[in-house]
Design a protein around this ligand. Structure first.
Ligand SMILES: Nc1nc2c(ncn2[C@@H]2O[C@H](COP(=O)(O)OP(=O)(O)OP(=O)(O)O)[C@@H](O)[C@H]2O)c(=O)[nH]1
Ligand SMILES: [Mg+2]
Ligand SMILES: [Zn+2]
Length: 314
């Protein structure tokens, strides 16, 4: 609580942000419904307004609601590129100050798409937020098939939790990872993000939805992102988020995009050109690594597609 010639300001955390209305949990533990002060709305760009995970200063008004007077600078953010009209795009900050991205995919129903997994990992790397993969619905497939779909990511250094919200597999490990952190749970629709969180904390009662039989896709049951307190002595917050259809990438230059694939890094110094795009230049260290099998064809293919798609729509 601070007094700055006038109103008493409480510090707090934005748990929910919905069309101009924010739910703020103050450091004293109160929940407050708040709006931005008029002056702030004018000063800040639309993309820059408060998002979940933001630390804010809020004034309590006489009717009990709050007015957000300031948003503290973000230490980190997890954001993607959102397409706008006529080829324009803007930054969509999904959560501020996240220190873990939990990328959930299912072993089946829906089947995981390796190109999309790689996009999630690249966005996490680009935002400099550590990523953890959850391979959910292991109850639907054999161990061999689950490993065939996810073991390659362990090979390049990501932790993979093999889980099932149905049998409880992997839940203790997931609980341990969430404690004391601000995490975002993200991934396609229907993979079981909300079901996993309900299994961890039954009191949450988050809405969940069947996967369509005809399309083998989720039905976008979760419609807005929300930070939920993590039970347990370590505390922490976890954001359940709506399923993502496409994950827009920034126009990441080739040299930077390649470093967003951690296993590429040791090979990049061997390229003949400093600004090698690793697509067609001679003496390319990355392509040599792909040819020798040190780097997987699949991951290189993801890199190539991300780079060329970005050039095409840029
Ligand atoms: N067999 C099986 N089904 C699961 C598991 N986890 C979730 N499901 C089912 O998958 C369907 C989708 O689950 P949700 O939790 O709604 O998925 P979501 O990822 O939150 O989806 P959106 O909110 O649409 O993004 C539901 O029918 C769940 O019962 C699991 O481990 N095994
Ligand atoms: Mg959901
Ligand atoms: Zn190269």
């Amino acid at each position: 609580m601070t007094r700055q010639d006038g109103p008493i300001l409480h510090r707090g955390l934005v748990l929910r942000a919905l069309s101009g209305f924010y739910t703020v949990r103050t450091d004293d533990g109160d929940l407050m419904e708040a709006r931005l002060r008029g002056r702030m709305k004018k000063e800040r760009q639309a993309s820059d307004l408060a998002v979940i995970g933001d630390r804010v200063s809020v004034e309590r008004l006489t009717d009990g609601t709050g007015a957000i007077a300031a948003v503290e600078p973000r230490e980190r953010r997890f954001s993607r590129r959102q397409p706008g009209p006529r080829g324009s795009w803007r930054e969509d900050v999904m959560v501020a100050n996240a220190d873990l991205v939990v990328a959930v995919f299912s072993c089946d129903r829906p089947e995981p798409n390796p190109r999309l997994i790689d996009r999630f990992l690249v966005v996490a790397e680009y935002n400099e937020v550590p990523a953890l993969i959850v391979a959910n619905k292991t109850d639907l497939v054999s161990e061999e098939l689950a490993a065939a779909r996810f073991a390659a990511y362990e090979g390049v250094g990501y932790d993979v939790i093999y889980a099932s919200a149905t049998t409880g597999r992997g839940l203790e490990e997931l609980r341990r990872r969430l404690g004391g952190r601000l995490s975002i749970v993200t991934g396609p629709s229907g993979v079981g993000k909300s079901t996993l969180l309900n299994a961890l904390q039954p009191g949450l009662r988050l809405a969940t939805g069947e996967v369509s039989d005809a399309l083998n896709k989720g039905k976008h049951t979760t419609t807005h992102a929300e930070l939920l307190p993590v039970e347990g002595e370590d505390g922490g917050y976890v954001a359940d988020t709506p399923g993502i259809r496409e994950l827009g990438l920034w126009q990441i230059p080739a040299t930077e995009l390649a470093t967003c694939f951690p296993e590429f890094r040791p090979h990049l110094g061997a390229c003949g050109f400093n600004d090698c795009t690793h697509l067609h230049e001679p003496r390319c260290g990355l392509r040599a690594a792909v040819e020798s099998g040190a780097v997987s064809d699949d991951r290189y293919d993801s890199y190539r597609r991300m780079l060329t798609a970005d050039i095409a729509d840029g």
